[in-house]
Design a protein around this ligand. Structure first.
Ligand SMILES: Nc1nc2c(c(=O)[nH]1)N[C@H]1C(S)=C(S)[C@@H](COP(=O)(O)OP(=O)(O)OC[C@H]3O[C@@H](n4cnc5c(=O)[nH]c(N)nc54)[C@H](O)[C@@H]3O)O[C@H]1N2
Ligand SMILES: Nc1nc2c(c(=O)[nH]1)N[C@H]1C(S)=C(S)[C@@H](COP(=O)(O)OP(=O)(O)OC[C@H]3O[C@@H](n4cnc5c(=O)[nH]c(N)nc54)[C@H](O)[C@@H]3O)O[C@H]1N2
Ligand SMILES: [Mo]
Length: 689
């Protein structure tokens, strides 16, 4: 009998916390998963989902063999085949299509695993070499990312482990108790030390409940709120003039520009009294250098989401809050990691564009692309690390796209998801415990390795291995397409970048290591913004060159009374669908423990809105607009403001009793910056089901 051994691993899920895990293995079977006690950010704790990870790894629902479709598309009937048959079928079809135009083949992936090897390594190399359409991976953070980048320069900000230094913390479009639990520990520590926490969220979340103040703006109004805060800070001279003079660009233009954006101007858009907005700005100004804005992506899932984040990102440069450890603002820390994309992804493998110019498809409008793209139409799609039938907006259009008889669809998955039901060839994927990978993070400054703890279940294969095998079949003999996972991981960071110093030693010793950055890391204490000017850009020449407003602007939601009064009269409720605590997007949303934890799709609705529709608590309701409808049970509650409804998500369509989830009603419109998805920019109405 083998002894128990403990394997160092990393949580693969799309969450800012990227935890270090320790997997206890006995006789080849993982028997225990716990958070690493020595990893400072994980601090020995896992979330409610990953604490029960073995239920996912060993779920009887795991796919264990390659299969081919024997029923209608979407019906979900499959027959077992061999890997050889599966790969030969895919290689033959891809070769046929590529002979005409390889851009008719589309990879579709997001962050089922965030590991570099299995989400941004061999997969990218393979599709580049094939000359397939490129995928613009916009579904989560690209709007906010673009707004932040235009202002601050890169995804860098306050050191997440130093935030307890702040005295005033605005938690803005973020719900850390649910979606950034280990970051929340540090925010709570700030509170314990006397900091005031203010939550800015249309919904009274578990986070809002624990803050000193909860402000509930209308969804999509953050751009106006931040402009009004700037107006007050500047008009009342609550500014750090020295910081502004040395480290910002365009203050004079900004001051001129925001003069009319008073709290009185903003109030009707924001849905809060002008006095409340003015007080928030005064408190923020009063806190001076000691404030932190912890944003997450809630405010970026609106038509104006890019500009909203840009406007918020201007605030700490006005007060000089970037000067102090743990202060300033934090959206994502991912830009601190010196990832060598060119080596990982090998865009140079793309065939000489002489034959076909590269074509990019935006993943946030995948339904539209499958139905409408020409030049060339999409003839094959290869889905991995994603479940678009459940997570992509305008779900009915997505479904219609995947239902196309002439579309060759490959899905590589751990489970038979909504998307898997539409596969022609369905391939079994390994879980994180079964493969090697390397992880960066977007909520802290540590890199982590993930060592395989157990052998792949039955015939499951990691993403990289399937692409290696397909490359061989297609006769792609470039050495980059033969590299093994350890070698890919070993070359993932820019050689010689000082931030990567000591990582390899840390990985070997304990599986994780902090980037070689000062601790605490105060990136913009003395300016040095990674923008073209080296300053925080209130005025952005880059935006001007793209034909966009170079100064912070107000872009109202697409679906709201100010932009579309006729639509708002017909569908008066603004629907948001933020993360459910027991799910991770649509992952975990098929497993008994987590389904039980959530207890079925819900629609939280204010008592006034419920009464106006004759709806009672617990009643089945139909939520609808022109795009579609889904069912949920009403939760009548003052946690949500009048005029707004919430459906914590993301449910699988086929596990919902009417076969539809919230994305039946969301739109595939794109955001102002970054081409992102507008999940929370969505008007609906509701009635008894
Ligand atoms: N448990 C759990 N954790 C998760 C996830 C999950 O599904 N479940 N998903 C992961 C992923 S992929 C991501 S990107 C992150 C997302 O993490 P967050 O960015 O924190 O999640 P969101 O729900 O998008 O936004 C957070 C809050 O914004 C609020 N909000 C919605 N619209 C607006 C608005 O217009 N203005 C303001 N101020 N607030 C608004 C929502 O009510 C929500 O409470 O979480 C990750 N972590
Ligand atoms: N209405 C609404 N829709 C939303 C959101 C919302 O807030 N509201 N949030 C949006 C956001 S922020 C995001 S990030 C997206 C998330 O969208 P996705 O990234 O698609 O996230 P998941 O739903 O978790 O699907 C990931 C799938 O990858 C699979 N997987 C995991 N590991 C592997 C692997 O190693 N190999 C392979 N081949 N597969 C693997 C999992 O089993 C899972 O089915 O959803 C978006 N959709
Ligand atoms: Mo996300």
């Amino acid at each position: 009998m083998q002894e128990n051994r403990v394997v160092r691993a990393a949580c693969p899920h799309d969450c800012p916390d990227t935890c270090a895990m320790e997997i206890t293995v006995a006789d080849g079977r993982a028997v225990k998963v716990r958070g690493a006690a020595d990893m400072p950010f994980t601090h020995g704790a896992l979330c409610t989902k990953v604490a029960h990870y073995l239920e996912r790894v060993y779920s009887p629902e795991r796919l264990r063999h390659p299969m081919k479709r024997i029923g209608r598309k979407g019906e979900g009937r499959f027959a077992r085949i061999s890997w050889d048959e599966a790969l030969d079928t895919i290689a033959t079809r891809f070769a046929e299509i590529a002979a005409d135009d390889p851009r008719a083949i589309l990879p579709y992936s997001f962050a089922g695993t965030m590991g570099l090897v299995h989400s941004a390594g061999m997969d990218r190399r393979f599709f580049h070499r094939l000359g397939a359409s490129l995928l613009d991976r916009t579904i989560c953070s690209s709007a906010g990312g673009a707004g932040w980048k235009a202002t601050v320069g890169a995804a860098q900000g306050a050191d997440p482990e130093a935030v307890a230094e702040a005295r005033l913390i605005l938690i803005w479009g973020a719900n850390p108790v649910v979606s950034n639990l280990h970051g929340w520990r540090h925010l709570l520590e700030a509170k314990r030390r006397g900091a005031r926490l203010v939550c800015i969220d249309p919904w009274r979340t578990q986070t809002a409940e624990k803050c000193d103040l909860h402000l509930a703006p209308l969804p999509g109004s953050d751009g106006a709120l931040a402009l009004a805060m700037m107006q007050v800070l500047i008009a009342e001279d609550r500014l750090d003039h020295d910081y502004i003079a040395r480290h910002t660009l365009g203050f004079t233009e900004l001051a001129q520009h925001v003069r009319g954006f008073t709290p009185e101007w903003a109030a009707p858009f924001v849905g809060l009294p002008a006095d409340t907005i003015r007080q928030l700005a005064r408190d923020y100004g009063e806190a001076g250098h000691d404030s932190l804005i912890r944003l997450n992506y809630g405010l970026n899932r609106h038509a104006g989401g890019g500009m909203a984040v840009r406007n918020v990102a201007c605030l700490p440069a006005l007060t000089g809050a970037w000067r102090k450890p743990g202060c300033g603002a934090l959206l994502s820390a991912s830009g601190n990691f010196p990832v060598d994309r060119a080596t990982l992804e090998r865009p140079d493998l793309y065939p000489e564009p002489a034959r076909f110019p590269p074509r990019t498809i935006n993943m946030s409008a995948i339904g539209r692309a499958l139905l409408e793209a020409d030049d060339p139409p999409i003839r094959a799609i290869y889905v991995y690390n994603s479940n678009p039938l459940a997570v992509a907006p305008d779900g009915n259009r997505v479904r219609a796209g995947f239902a196309r008889e002439d579309l060759f669809c490959v899905v590589h998955e751990l489970f038979q998801t909504d998307t898997a039901d539409y596969a022609d060839i369905l391939l079994p994927a390994t879980s994180q415990l079964e493969h090697h990978d390397l992880h960066t993070a977007y909520g802290h400054l540590y890199a982590l390795t993930n060592r395989p703890a157990i052998a792949p279940l039955d015939e499951a294969l990691p993403n990289s291995e399937v692409f290696r095998r397909l490359a061989r079949r297609l006769g792609f003999d470039d050495p980059a397409l033969c590299e093994d996972d350890e070698a890919i991981a070993a070359s993932a960071f820019l050689p010689g970048d000082p931030r990567a110093r000591g990582l390899a030693e840390g990985f070997a010793e304990r599986g994780w290591a902090r980037l070689d950055l000062p601790s605490p890391f105060v990136p913009f204490a003395a300016g040095g913004f990674p923008t073209p000017s080296g300053k925080c850009e209130f005025y952005s020449q880059r935006l001007a060159e793209q034909g966009l407003d170079p100064l912070p602007a107000w872009h109202p939601p697409r679906e709201s009374a100010p932009s579309n009064p006729a639509l708002a009269a017909r569908y008066p409720l603004a629907l948001i669908s933020p993360p459910a605590r027991n799910f991770l997007n649509s992952s975990f949303a098929n497993l008994p423990r987590f389904l039980k934890g959530e207890g079925g799709p819900k629609l939280e609705i204010h008592p006034q809105d419920a009464a106006a529709r004759g709806l009672a608590d617990g009643q089945r309701v139909r939520v609808f607009n022109t795009r579609g409808a889904f069912h949920a049970s009403a939760v009548v509650t003052e946690r949500i403001r009048p005029g707004v409804v919430v459906c914590p998500s993301i449910w699988w369509q086929k596990l919902s009793d009417d076969g539809h989830n919230v994305n039946a009603v969301t739109s595939d419109a794109l955001t102002d910056l970054g081409g992102g998805a507008c999940f929370y920019d969505c008007l609906v109405d509701t009635e008894a089901a």
